[in-house]
Design a protein around this ligand. Structure first.
Ligand code: ADP
Ligand code: MG
Length: 274
């Protein structure tokens, strides 16, 4: 669905941000992207959604090259992006108006716009806020409005750039659940985060550093890679605990490390032999 071939990019002031990136993203994948601040994660996201264009190499979205201006509107519809601060994206007085903005720009007939808006409200559980001003909603609801605004354009791929970082833990979990539901329904997801715990179930994780992909693989493989710390990343505490237990000869299977509950059950099973 998405292919990057030897993509490099520097900002106009000369700051290098991406260096020789090769990447293939398959339809329906859930990819996590991690890396310290300034490693190039957001720049990668902007390249994938056609908001930035490579200086060398190329980005192909369903066979369309982002360097071709005539393809950009369709590329930007196919690959939607949600940022950390949703307020900066709100354009409507009400949630409903806000969600209609994208489909209106695509010049869809009004019946069709209505259908898109209703679908996006239902997918994000926002029906009851239809007539509210997006600015009066909580942080988590605001993120859902931003997500719904993208969904209304029926994208195939969704990119999330640190969308839970400003939210309280409970709202963050709710937003991530909504994103996982969209993934189960077939959307391709690229999820950028500093919270590695959120990526336990990802299909694949990319670790970025200095504009390059330094490490890549399943969460199980990436989390147990000793070089992770050198990229400024902290392991989820259950994973760290599991790694420590391993040095004492106690092995906790990967599936049991997804929550404190399953971890505790496994420990009890091992030691109480119930
Ligand atoms: N608009 C910009 N102008 C100049 N340099 C930028 C701009 N945005 C990001 N950079 C620089 O590009 C590099 C990659 O940044 P970014 O992609 O934002 O990383 P991340 O999202 O991983 O924190 C950093 O060195 C950053 O300072
Ligand atoms: Mg960033």
């Amino acid at each position: 669905m998405i292919r990057l071939e030897k993509v490099s990019y520097s900002y106009p002031d000369g700051t290098p941000a991406l260096e020789n990136i090769d990447l293939v993203i398959k339809k329906g994948e859930f990819i996590g992207v991690i890396g310290r601040n300034g490693s190039g994660k957001s720049t990668l996201a902007l390249q994938l959604s056609g908001l930035l264009i490579p200086h060398t190499g190329r980005v192909m979205i369903k066979g369309m090259d982002t360097r071709e201006p005539s393809k950009l509107p369709e590329i930007r519809r196919l690959v939607g992006i949600v940022f950390q601060n949703p307020e900066t994206q709100f354009v409507g007085r009400t949630v409903e108006e806000d969600l209609a903005f994208g489909p209106e720009n695509l010049c869809l007939p009004s019946m069709e716009i209505r259908k898109c808006v209703d679908m996006a409200l239902a997918e994000t559980g926002l029906e009851k806020y239809r007539h509210h001003s997006p600015k009066t909603l909580s942080g988590g609801q605001g993120q859902c409005v931003a997500l719904a605004g993208i969904l209304a354009m029926k994208p195939e791929c969704l990119i999330f750039d640190e969308v839970t970082s400003m939210l309280d833990p409970e709202s963050g979990i709710a937003v991530l659940e909504t994103i996982k539901k969209l993934h189960r329904k077939g959307k391709t997801i690229l999820y950028i985060t500093h919270n590695l715990e959120e990526l336990h179930d990802a299909d694949r994780i990319l670790v970025m550093d200095k504009g390059k992909i330094r490490l890549e693989g399943t969460p199980e493989k990436v989390f147990s890679d000793v070089s992770l710390q050198t990229f400024g990343l902290a392991l989820p505490s259950l994973i760290e605990l599991t790694e420590n237990l391993k040095t004492h000869g106690i092995v906790i299977p990967w599936e049991k490390t997804s929550s404190p509950q399953s971890f505790a059950e496994e420990i009890c099973r091992l030691f109480l032999k119930t």
